[in-house]
Design a protein around this ligand. Structure first.
Ligand code: ADP
Ligand code: MG
Length: 227
C-alpha cells in the first residue's frame, strides 16, 4: 500500500533573474514500512524533494499524496494538521529546542497534538528508552552529544506513530561511527514499530543500510533499486 505518491514533481527557484531547476519531473511511490534512502550529490534536489513530500514547500507542478490525502485538496490548516499528525521530521542540524530537556522535546509534539500530560510523559520516556537514551530524560540538548541529540530528534519524530518520517541527511553532522549507530537505530525502529523512513544522504555507508536506494541527480531520479 502506497503511503507516499509523488507524481511528476517540478520545482524551480528564482534568485533574481537566475532560475535554478531543482526538480525536473520526479515520480516516487513509497510503501508503508519501507526504509528508503534518497542519495545524490549536494545540489541534486534531495532537500527540495523531502520538503515537498513533507508539505513544507509546494511544487510548481505535479501532485503529492501522503496517507491517501492529496495536498492540493487541502487548505493551509489541513496541511498543517497532516504535518503535525502524520509526518515526523528529522533535520541535519538536530533542531531541538535548547531550553527544553530531552523528555520535554519529545513531549512537545504531543503537547501540540493535545495528548494529556501524564500520557505524553509516559510515552516520551518509553520512546527515549527505545532509542537508547534511558537516564538522559532531563538533559538539555547542550548536555548531549550530537549522536544523542539526533536520537532525541528521531524519538520526537516517531513518538506519535506518524505515517512517514522524513530525515534530511540525519547523519551529516555526525562522525561515521555515530552516524552508523544512528542509522542502525532507525532501522530497528523501522522493523519493530513499522515506521516508514525516507532519508536523504550522500554517505555511501548510510546508503548500505537502506532497503531501497533512490538516486537523484540534477533534479531527476536516475536509479531506483530494491536492495
Ligand atoms: P540537495 O539537498 O540535494 O543538496 P537542494 O534540494 O537543497 O539539493 O537544492 C537543489 C538545487 O536548488 C540546488 O541547485 C540549490 O542551489 C537550489 N536551491 C535550493 N533551495 C533554494 C532556494 N531557497 N533558493 C534558490 N535556490 C535554491
Ligand atoms: Mg540538502
Amino acid at each position: 500500500m502506497a503511503i507516499v505518491t509523488a507524481k511528476d514533481i517540478t520545482k524551480t527557484y528564482s534568485q533574481g533573474k537566475v532560475k535554478v531547476k531543482a526538480l525536473c519531473g520526479v515520480d516516487l511511490m513509497v510503501d508503508k514500512g519501507e526504509f528508503i534512502a534518497i542519495a545524490g550529490p549536494s545540489g541534486s534536489g534531495k532537500t527540495t524533494l523531502l520538503n515537498i513530500i513533507g508539505g513544507l514547500d509546494l511544487p510548481d507542478s505535479g501532485s503529492v499524496m501522503v496517507d491517501n490525502k492529496k495536498f492540493s485538496d487541502m487548505n493551509q490548516a489541513g496541511l498543517a494538521s497532516l504535518r503535525l499528525h502524520k509526518i515526523g521530521f528529522v533535520f541535519q542540524a538536530f533542531n531541538l529546542i535548547p531550553v527544553l530537556s530531552a523528555v520535554e522535546n519529545v513531549e512537545y509534539v504531543m503537547l501540540l497534538q493535545g495528548v494529556p500530560k501524564i500520557e505524553r510523559h509516559k510515552r516520551a520516556k518509553t520512546i527515549l528508552n527505545d532509542v537508547g537514551l534511558k537516564g538522559k530524560y532531563n538533559s538539555r540538548p547542550a548536555e548531549l552529544s550530537g549522536g544523542q541529540q539526533q536520537r532525541v530528534a528521531v524519538a520526537r519524530a516517531i513518538v506519535s506513530g506518524p505515517a512517514i518520517v522524513l530525515a534530511d541527511e540525519p547523519t551529516a553532522n555526525l562522525d561515521s561511527k555515530t552516524g552508523k549507530d544512528l542509522v542502525l537505530m532507525m532501522k530497528k525502529m523501522n522493523k519493530e514499530k513499522m515506521v516508514t523512513f525516507i532519508f536523504s544522504t550522500h554517505d555511501s555507508m548510510v546508503m548500505d543500510y537502506a532497503g531501497r536506494l533512490v538516486t537523484i541527480r540534477d533534479g531527476l531520479i536516475v536509479n531506483d533499486e530494491i536492495k
